[in-house]
Design a protein around this ligand. Structure first.
Ligand code: MN
Length: 309
């Protein structure tokens, strides 16, 4: 996924100064955006909330009707300093990247691409799937010790699941209860799909911060409604959370240790300062060797000049 620039994202930001050390429920509105032909609702970053743990971007895409040859249609574009986490609840997407990976992803599977210092990728129609496409793409900010490193790609078809009292929990990344996802993680964080049919209690770590993003249905936390199109930030300090699902609901629980490093986001780059973003921008603009090549039939997405140019 490509993160289109908005005025909100055009200003460099350090990590949130306000990571409440106590439990809370702060509901913020997602912003409507467009990625390729698909409508997305961006729950992160928003004004006042840049990160939850190392999670720094959350796009709920669709539902949308796609065909064999058109759909997401996100042409080759570069990333630095992050991981992309792709999770579908309906449909199929073809991932291609500059590492040579070519992978169709389906619901229940995880695509995890680590940019390290530079990678490029495309997200395309599969050539055979026609129907509804819906899912979420998340970014994880990489820490200092891996953000300049090698790129990598993982595809996971088997993820640990647990039956909770009113939900099935699927662990995308990290530890949840007694379960551990096989997916790579470079900082302490967790991402869990909650497919809920009733009230559910989920285990949390008091020293981590958390948020909920609802994809379908509706739920409530501490008597506050949380429908799709919003982010429910939960702060820290809970060892468990009661979630009241009022109908069949799909939600993502995101959490982690508050990210200790100030990050700067511009376009598809997660960096620490303008010089790093300038260098990445220049490499993509002139198509030097830094970001490699993606075997894609889609046109390259043009480099977006930083606002300070
Ligand atoms: Mn992308």
């Amino acid at each position: 996924m490509s993160g289109p620039v908005t005025t909100l994202e055009s200003r460099p930001k350090v990590a949130d100064a306000s990571h409440p050390s106590s439990a809370c429920v702060k509901v913020t509105e997602s912003r409507e955006s467009q990625v390729g032909e698909i409508r997305v609702r961006r729950a992160l970053p928003t004004k006042g909330r840049r990160t939850v743990g190392a999670w720094c971007f959350a796009d709920h895409m669709g539902p949308a009707d796609v065909t064999e040859n058109s759909g997401l249609d996100v042409g080759p574009h570069p990333h630095i300093g992050l991981q992309t986490v792709t999770w579908l609840i309906d449909g199929e997407v073809l991932h291609r990247d500059s590492l040579g990976s070519e992978q169709v992803i389906k619901p229940g599977q995880l695509n995890l691409m680590t940019s390290g210092g530079a990678v490029s990728h495309a997200e395309e129609a599969t050539g055979h799937y026609r129907g509804t496409l819906e899912g979420i793409q998340l970014w994880v900010a990489l820490p200092e010790h891996t953000r300049h490193g090698a790129g990598a790609f993982e595809h996971h078809t088997e993820l640990p699941q647990d039956e909770l009292d009113g939900a099935v929990a699927t662990v995308l990344i990290g530890d949840f209860g007694n379960l551990t996802s096989p997916a790579r993680r470079d900082t302490p964080l967790v991402g869990v799909d909650l497919t809920m049919h009733g009230p559910t209690t989920v285990p949390l770590r008091p020293d981590w911060e958390y948020a909920l993003v609802v994809l379908e249905g509706a739920l409530g936390v501490a008597d506050q409604p949380l429908p799709p199109g919003k982010l429910g930030y939960l702060g820290q300090g809970r060892d468990e959370l009661r979630i009241d699902a009022r109908e069949p609901t799909k939600a993502l629980l995101l959490g982690g240790e508050p990210f200790p490093e100030p990050i700067m986001m511009w376009w598809n780059f997660v960096a620490r300062n303008r010089d790093e973003i300038d260098a990445a921008y220049a490499s993509w603009a002139k198509q030097d060797d830094r970001f490699g090549r993606v075997k894609s039939t889609l046109p390259l997405i043009p480099a977006k000049a930083p606002f300070w140019h």
